[in-house]
Design a binder for this molecule. Structure first.
Ligand code: KIV
Ligand code: ZN
Length: 511
């Protein structure tokens, strides 16, 4: 069977989701998990976006050895230079350069003529080849590009040295039959088409990103660009887990195979959800909490008699219920540090390590079995180095009693200075947020509040996501604790801490 390359862009296109920006440490953790899952290519970011993203790509390129590490770059000298420098430490590094080829983008966004765009694409690929042999070229908005021009551009960039050519449905406009048709035409009409890998990159605006990607595979694409949980710009990208499981479950139809270790899918999904604060909907295919739950009596009866009556995949094959007991109450500091290292987690300072270890010990006192997910949740809690955090939770008391108004009282530090606050609310979480706002007066608007179990059981840590917006900026805060009111307070403060940082993300496709 032919190999299908899985190109993960969770840390680049996925990061373009509002509030989903990741720190360097978070990118390394996701990078290690993707490597463990045997993803072929990891797009770790857009090096020219910011110094922070440059450093994050560099760190992923240093930490990951088995997957190719890639940086995005517009077809501009400065971008390509930065991408080349960022991927330098990689065992295998790729530069992914792109320029828009549709009339609407060329005329209104780039203000360039088709000939200028063609020349820009050729120059970009040639310059990128001075850094690495592994150069990918994307024709942004290929879905709305004229076929003759697209063929000219692809022929020229292949001559210039591109090894992969990517055909993006940037705006999620295509439908499967038309997308397959587009690939067939390109493969027939581009004279040197057989010298490269053809790739598909689909957005989900009409809910067809996965269907379109699979149609492209059927028509000859041998790389799919996708993201964990379908995260991505607007309605997201094609979901990696759905692509991989469709290819695996229906290999009779597709006739290609991936090298993905599917048992790592659920851990990857949980990690990305934890880090970005984007919860997974319960009915989401493959990674949703209900994806393998049979509610109806007829289904349950059928599954008990013979699993395949209603199940086409097994939950454990995609990593459900494969929780590995990691550490216990008696585990020491070095075992803790070692396990973090195996998970790709290097805490920046001894202070952060000590504080995470303290939290681990506290958790082990309440909950005997500690799993990898728990460690990720503890470390996400530590995401901002404690010594540079503006707000920090010191203590919380919440009171609920039937017939009484719920009440919360908190002590926090604001740049090291102790502040006390209290309030009543509709429930203990509401009271907590009201108490915090009464003193912090952030005036931000709450867009989302959600709670998820980190592992199973009532002793599990609850992981809370709080999405806040203010002045057009959106941030996601996360907090974890076996007590969800405490987790909520931490998540709220985490979001406010992110609001106070000056980190700004640049979208490569704008401007
Ligand atoms: O959607 C898109 O066109 C992109 C390109 C940069 C590949 O993300
Ligand atoms: Zn995209």
């Amino acid at each position: 069977m032919e190999h299908l390359i899985i190109f993960d862009t969770t840390m680049r296109d996925g990061e373009q989701s509002p509030g989903a920006s990741m720190t360097k440490e978070e990118k390394v953790r996701i990078g290690k998990q993707l490597e463990k899952m045997r993803v072929d290519v990891i797009e770790a970011g857009f090096a020219a976006a910011s110094q922070g993203d440059f450093e994050a790509i560099h760190a992923v390129a240093t930490a990951v050895k088995d997957s190719t590490v890639c940086s995005l770059a517009r077809a501009q000298v400065g971008d390509i230079q930065k991408a080349g420098d960022a991927i330098k430490p990689a065992a295998r590094g790729r530069i992914h350069t792109f320029i828009a080829t549709s009339p609407i983008h060329m005329q209104h966004k780039l203000r360039m003529s088709p000939d200028q765009v063609l020349q820009g694409a050729i120059d970009a690929v040639k310059f990128a080849r001075t850094f690495t042999d592994d150069v990918e070229f994307s024709a942004e908005d290929a879905v709305r590009s004229e076929m003759d021009f697209l063929c000219r551009v692809f022929e020229a960039v292949i001559k210039a040295g591109a090894k992969t050519v990517n055909v993006p449905d940037t705006v999620g406009y295509s439908i499967p039959e038309l997308w397959a048709e587009r690939f067939k035409t390109l493969l027939e009409r581009v004279p040197n088409a057989d010298q490269v890998v053809w790739s598909t990159h689909c957005h989900n605006d009409l809910g067809m990103a996965v269907a379109n990607s699979l149609a492209a595979v059927k028509a000859g694409a041998r790389q799919v660009e996708c993201t964990i949980n379908g995260l991505g710009e607007r309605a997201g990208n094609a979901a990696l887990e759905e692509i991989v499981m469709a290819i695996q479950t229906r290999k009779d139809y597709f006739g290609v195979e991936t090298q993905i270790d599917a048992t790592q899918i659920v851990p990857a999904s949980k990690l990305v959800s934890t880090i970005t604060g984007y919860p997974v909907q319960p009915n989401k295919a493959v990674v949703g909490a209900n994806a393998f739950a049979h509610e109806s009596g007829i289904h349950q009866d059928g599954v008990l008699k013979h699993r395949e009556t209603y199940e086409i995949m097994r939950a454990q094959d995609v990593g459900w219920h494969n929780n590995r007991l990691t550490l216990g109450k008696l585990s020491g500091r070095s075992a803790f540090r070692e396990r973090l290292k195996e998970l790709g987690i290097e805490l920046e300072s001894e202070v952060a390590l000590n504080s995470a270890f303290k939290k681990f010990k506290e958790l082990a006192d309440k909950k005997t079995d500690i799993f990898d997910e728990d460690l990720h949740a503890i470390v996400s809690d530590e995401a901002v180095t404690p010594e540079i955090e503006q707000y920090h939770l010191v203590s919380l008391t919440a009171h609920v009693e039937t017939g009484e108004s719920p009440y919360a009282k908190l002590t926090i530090t604001d740049q090291g200075r102790e502040v006390k606050c209290e309030a009543n609310g509709a429930g203990p979480v509401d009271a907590t947020f009201k108490a915090l706002e009464s003193v912090l007066k952030s005036e931000s608007e709450l867009l989302l509040y959600s709670v998820n179990n980190v592992t199973e059981g009532t002793d599990s840590q609850g992981e809370v996501t709080v999405r806040l917006t203010k002045g057009g900026r959106v941030v996601n805060g996360i907090g974890a604790d076996t007590d969800i009111v405490i987790a909520s307070a931490k998540a709220y403060l985490n979001a406010l801490n992110k609001m106070t940082t000056t980190f700004a993300r640049v979208n490569p496709q704008v401007g």
